[in-house]
Design a protein around this ligand. Structure first.
Ligand code: BEZ
Ligand code: FE
Length: 285
């Protein structure tokens, strides 16, 4: 049978012959969508080569500490879509958000109330507090909150030689009633890495590379599904245009300035420090 533009897709699909049915399914879908893309776009030879060159550069940018393909997935909304499909949560369970490239395992387990800020210029002091419960409101004691964030300079510690090792990272365990509190600094918005092909793509299509101010968390507890998430400053100028589409309504928080000296003393903050509250819901396994 001769190959034509019309029968080509089915012919390519018919060659799939793996013993793994999932692999055949994924490859068939990939081939059909790629062919449809080419039929719709009708790229010239030059455009096609530009695309190949672009993907080559994305690969060449990747190393032990830089994953440009994940950044590409993040900035095209693919990561968030995949995470949403994989993490359908009941009412009362905290929604997920992107992990991002700056998580590090092994943050120190600290006593409740301790500060994760060890740098000199991390930012304005801020207390974070709240509770971890099951979706029905039952408190979860001993839940582990792994928290990390960028300094107000916009850099995570591994991007910045001026910050101490493991700065702005810490793990805390909720108390017997599920409560937690710790000190940090008020986060600021910052740009995701823009010095590679992803930055070039964002520029080319007229997009910025900023994320609204946020603090990352992985919250886990025995018998519950862990949640990878973040909360976001609701007043941030980029809250409606996050470069990686991670913001959800349920993850918006208000940072309150603490102006009352008595409350500041109680929170172990200077007057003019900040307080933010966020409760997490963990879905039973
Ligand atoms: C972050 O929030 O750390 C992040 C998330 C996705 C891509 C780049 C950075
Ligand atoms: Fe981040």
């Amino acid at each position: 049978m001769s190959i034509t533009e019309q029968n080509l897709t089915d012919i390519v699909v018919s060659t799939l012959n793996s013993d793994d049915p999932r692999l055949n399914q994924v490859m068939e879908s990939l081939i059909r969508h790629l062919h449809d893309f080419i039929r719709e776009v009708e790229p010239s030879d030059e455009e096609w080569m530009t695309g190949i060159q672009y993907l080559t550069e994305v690969g060449q940018m990747c190393n032990d500490v830089r994953q440009e393909y994940i950044l590409l997935s993040d900035t095209l909304g693919v990561t968030v879509l995949k995470d949403s499909l994989n993490n359908k949560k009941p009412e009362g369970a905290t929604e997920v958000s992107v992990l991002g490239p700056f998580y590090r395992e092994g943050a120190e387990v600290m006593p409740l109330g301790a500060s994760i800020s060890r740098g000199e210029n991390d930012g304005q002091p801020c207390v974070v507090r709240g509770r971890v419960t099951a979706p029905d409101g039952t408190p979860i004691a001993g839940a582990v909150m792994d928290a990390w964030q960028a300094a107000s300079t916009g850099f995570y510690e591994q991007q910045d030689e001026n910050q101490p090792e493991m700065n702005l990272r810490g793990r805390f365990k909720t108390d017997e009633n599920g409560y937690y509190h710790f000190k940090t600094v008020k986060p600021k918005n910052y740009p995701i890495p823009g010095d590679g092909p992803v930055g070039k793509m964002l520029d080319a299509v007229g997009r910025h590379n900023y994320r609204p101010a946020h603090i990352h968390f992985i919250v886990s507890a025995e018998g519950h599904e862990p949640v990878i998430t973040q909360f976001f400053d609701a007043t941030d100028e980029y809250v409606t245009s996050d470069a990686v589409f991670g913001v959800k309504e349920s993850l918006l928080v208000d940072f309150q300035e603490v102006t009352d000296p008595a409350q500041a003393a109680e929170l172990n903050l200077p007057v003019g420090g900040w307080l933010v509250e966020f409760n997490f819901g963990l879905n039973p396994e």
